[in-house]
Design a protein around this ligand. Structure first.
Ligand code: COA
Length: 393
């Protein structure tokens, strides 16, 4: 049925799904995760409880939470094919998001192809992707990957597999707050991509790989690295105004600001700023946090001046960068870490789409040429020589 709306640039305001998973109210700066306000639940819940909430529409009982932890521990070890691929990706110095996208494709190699055991596939993807990112990072640094510790939870294991050191409770809390905060966010580009793929009745791994590709771009999940670089480049509070004015005068976008939906401050920025403040109070460079706050205030003021009426505010990526940096993560892992959290949301959306949705197939408006005619021999045939190919045994 065509509702007569016609072409909508960027699909802005188009409602393409119904979901019980999250609600983004951009006018009031509210994010609801399965009924809970993000600032209520993200700073206190264990990450596994948030996953359970999205997958089952209720928080787990203690035994269910323990069971989910056991299942994740069972599936955290990587299959050999994934280890080989990560080694090759590290040797080729591919960006971490590319390595993650590649390895996601082999994370289900030891599972049946028919996708009949939904939960096992979902758990395997969620459990193995952090192990893959950590192993990839260590390999790319010339270090040996560290196997997961079955005694540690999901967030703690990620930090442990990266460093080989069991993280402090404060660091685990900081990471869990981050993962919970970004676990889901309405019909963002990567979630939409996952829903489009699964709606064809493809498989969960394909949906997650498509979503990873969408998340990689700087207009979606790729912004926190550049946001932190900007704070470092500014270096001192007194340089912020001149630096930001120069960027805006050159027509550049300030990374970590602006949002398609939020026209007030992104509530996730609030949660992550508080988590970063708590972390930097005991751990890390407090002056960096103060500098970032000054940069944020200056940027918001200048954006109002250079882009009046656009309501450009701080988005989730700005304090993501600061929090993840405080947790000791290199900026190359900021977007992959975002992906590890959002994987739980993608899976929940994909299952919801399969249960309730139809094939997603919008229409396009043709604006191309008409009446062209084929002319024989218009394109000369070239002789091309191909290299010979031998598959290694
Ligand atoms: N810095 C400077 N100007 C910005 C801006 C930013 N961060 N974000 C938007 N704008 C400007 C655009 O240049 C445009 O101005 P113009 O109309 O004068 O050309 C106007 O605001 C609208 O931008 P548009 O790209 O149409 O908005 P959008 O809804 O499509 O974009 C984002 C949303 C997130 C892609 C955009 O705000 C952005 O690029 N932000 C920086 C990247 C970022 O932080 N991404 C993470 C998102 S969570």
């Amino acid at each position: 049925m065509n509702n007569g709306q016609g072409y909508v640039s960027g699909l802005e305001g188009v409602v393409a799904a119904q979901t019980r998973l999250s609600h983004v109210d951009g006018a009031h700066g509210e994010l609801i995760l399965a009924g809970y306000r993000v600032e209520e639940i993200a700073p206190v819940a264990p990450f596994e409880a948030m996953v359970f909430l999205l997958w089952h529409d209720r928080l787990p009982a203690a035994a269910e939470l323990a069971q989910m932890r056991v299942e994740l521990a069972q599936w955290r070890m990587l299959p050999t094919a994934a280890c080989d691929l990560l080694r090759a990706a590290a040797a080729a110095q591919r960006p971490a998001m590319d390595a993650l996208r590649m390895v996601a494709g082999v994370c289900d190699i030891d599972l049946p192809t028919d996708d009949s055991n939904d939960r096992r596939r979902d758990i395997a993807l969620l459990a193995r992707l952090p192990a893959a990112v950590a192993a990839y990072w260590r390999l790319s640094q010339g270090k040996t990957p560290i196997p997961p510790d079955p005694a540690l939870g999901h967030a703690a294991n990620y930090l442990y597999m990266l460093t080989g050191v069991a993280p402090t409770p404060a660091r685990v809390r900081g990471l869990e707050t981050y993962l919970n905060t970004v676990i889901d966010h309405g019909l963002n580009a990567s979630t939409f991509a996952a829903r489009v793929i699964i709606a064809t009745q493809s498989d969960m791994t394909s949906a997650v790989i498509g979503a990873l590709g969408a998340l990689k771009g700087p207009l979606h999940g790729g912004a926190p690295g550049p946001a932190l670089e900007m704070v470092f480049a500014i270096g001192k509070a007194e340089h912020a105004e001149a630096y930001l004015r120069a960027r805006l005068a050159a027509g550049e976008r300030l990374m970590g600001f602006g949002h398609r939906i939020y026209k007030v401050r992104d509530p996730r920025a609030e949660v992550l700023a508080a988590a970063a403040e708590a972390l930097y109070a005991t751990d890390g460079d407090r002056s960096l946090f103060e500098l970032a706050k000054h940069v944020e205030a200056t940027a918001v003021r200048l954006l109002a001046e250079y882009k009046p009426g656009r309501a450009l505010q701080t988005n989730v990526e700005f304090y993501t960068a600061l929090l993840l940096h405080g947790l000791g993560l290199p900026s190359a892992l900021f977007t992959p870490t975002f992906a590890l959290a959002r994987t739980a949301g993608w899976i929940a959306h994909a299952r919801e789409q399969l249960a309730n949705g139809r094939l997603l197939r919008p229409a396009s408006e043709y604006v191309g040429a008409t009446g062209r005619r084929w002319q024989a021999n218009a394109t000369p045939t070239q002789l091309i020589s191909f290299p010979s190919w031998q598959f290694p045994s």
